[in-house]
Design a protein around this ligand. Structure first.
Ligand code: FMN
Length: 439
């Protein structure tokens, strides 16, 4: 059945639709798995709920967290999740996706220290624990828009994205890549001084590192075989590791499937028949993750798929967006859960965080508990839900379940604001964002 909007009044109804759509979604009535503790790199986490990175496009002019940034993270800290995966922070000015993307520098370090102190203090005061905070370091690559207009740095020209090829100057050179690798180290060192618990070298959603992973036809050191395509990721992680102490968590949020056919997507078969060109094939992603685990002893990994611009329904199943997808949202959600589960299965002892838990609204905790209880992942990561309903975790953990009047409606407006370079948040549930954007 094609796309339909969320209309389920009960978990039974939702399960029946999933069954009808042959969508594997392991809902569980018992939510106790979400309250299990977990140890990550010597940190004791009191529960299995995480907030996924959610860029707010609301920095101060110098890239420091602005007023709305402070407000967002204080609300997250109050909410009771054990982990906050902090939003994408650019490793250089020209690496920003918009002029109000956060960037961490020597000059604004104190503002980040204040933000981390405030997150810790808010969590301790409200819940008796401070959430773990992992920063996401990024280069926006093809989506770079540092001064308000596009200044793409692409890994290769891609006819799925460009009707007319971009000029050669838009293709990032090997020399530039080598320079950017060191910028990851600089950001990581600052992040440790600011008080973050860990650094994610972002490899998802077709920003620079993720795009390189599908640079099959790029000549030179950063394309071709998997070793070439992942060279930048390894080097950026190496640069990060060399710049922080052993106490810092080193990790990545990585796409294991892009949703584009070969030779334009990672996580698909090169020799697939046309009707299977979009079927996930995790052979290479699993090899890559295995290599990263061996080399960097990753204490945790965050798994995602899809692209928020070109195939957002793969990345975050929704009710309303820029187009009506040709698949049922539960089928999309199932694809995400299957990819997450495949990674967890391949690396049973590696704590895997799954993505895209917001779609099932008040029944999302049932999916999260089923995924964790069934050992398909160690933690459930929520994105849009956290903007709509920042204290969702406490409502789940304290036994009340989610309030259907507060949940995310997956209307896509938060993403729309981000694309427009405006402060992003939930205009439905959080009037502050309506006000900020009306000004
Ligand atoms: C407004 C907005 C901002 C986002 N910012 C980031 C980001 O900074 N880094 C990232 O890896 N993903 C980002 N994402 C993707 C989310 O982390 C998440 O993967 C996606 O929303 C699916 O999860 P959900 O269904 O729980 O919302 C963003 C998504 C939205 C809607």
């Amino acid at each position: 059945m094609p796309h339909e909007r969320f209309h389920y009044k009960s978990l039974i109804e939702l399960r029946q639709t999933a069954e009808r759509e042959s969508a594997w979604l392991p809902f569980d009535d018992d939510l106790s798995a979400l309250s299990l503790p977990l140890t990550v790199h010597n940190h004791s986490l009191p529960n299995r709920i995480a907030i996924q990175p959610m860029e707010g496009s609301d920095s101060a002019p110098d890239g420091a967290p602005g007023e709305l940034t402070f407000r967002r993270y204080e609300r997250f800290a109050m909410g009771g999740t054990a982990l906050i995966w902090f939003e994408a922070v650019a490793v250089a000015d020209e690496a920003r996706a918009n002029p109000r993307q956060l960037i961490l520098t020597e000059h604004n370090l104190d503002a980040y220290k204040r933000l981390i102190d405030s997150i810790h203090e808010t969590g301790l005061r409200t819940n008796g624990y401070a959430p773990l905070v992992v920063i996401q370091s990024t280069h926006s690559g093809r989506y770079s828009k540092p001064y308000g207009s596009p200044r793409p740095r692409v890994a290769y020209n891609n006819p799925l994205f460009e009707d007319t090829p971009l000029p050669p100057s838009a293709i990032i050179t090997d020399d530039e890549l080598r320079q950017v690798e060191t910028a990851y180290g600089t950001t990581a060192a600052l992040a440790e001084r600011a008080g973050f618990d860990g650094v994610d070298v972002k490899a998802c959603h077709r920003y620079l590192i993720n795009e390189l992973l599908s640079a099959y036809n790029r000549p030179g050191a950063y394309g071709g075989d998997l070793a070439g395509r992942s060279r930048f990721l390894y080097n950026a992680m190496e640069s990060t590791r060399a710049s922080v102490s052993n106490g810092m968590i080193l990790t990545t949020r990585i796409n294991v499937y892009d949703g584009f056919p070969y030779p334009y997507g990672f996580g698909v078969k090169p020799d697939a028949d046309p009707d299977e060109a979009l079927t996930p094939d995790l052979s290479e992603p699993l090899t890559l993750i295995g290599g990263l685990v061996d080399r960097f002893k990753l204490p945790i990994i965050d798994i995602t798929i899809g692209n928020p611009y070109k195939n957002p329904h793969v990345n975050r199943p929704y009710d309303a967006g820029g187009y009506v997808p040709d698949e049922h949202p539960l089928v999309g959600l199932s694809r995400m859960m299957q990819c997450v589960s495949a990674v967890q299965n391949a690396f049973p002892r590696l704590p895997v965080i799954g993505s895209a838990f917001s779609y099932p609204r008040q029944f999302a905790p049932n999916l999260a508990a089923g995924m964790i209880g069934g050992q398909h992942c160690h933690m459930a990561g929520f994105g849009r839900m956290a903007l709509a309903y920042p204290d969702f975790a406490n409502d789940i953990l304290r036994g009340g379940g989610l309030n259907a009047g507060k949940v995310c409606l997956t209307c896509g407006q938060c993403a729309g604001l981000l694309r427009q370079g405006k402060p992003s948040g939930c205009v439905i549930r959080d009037p502050e964002y309506r006000r900020s954007n009306a000004q």
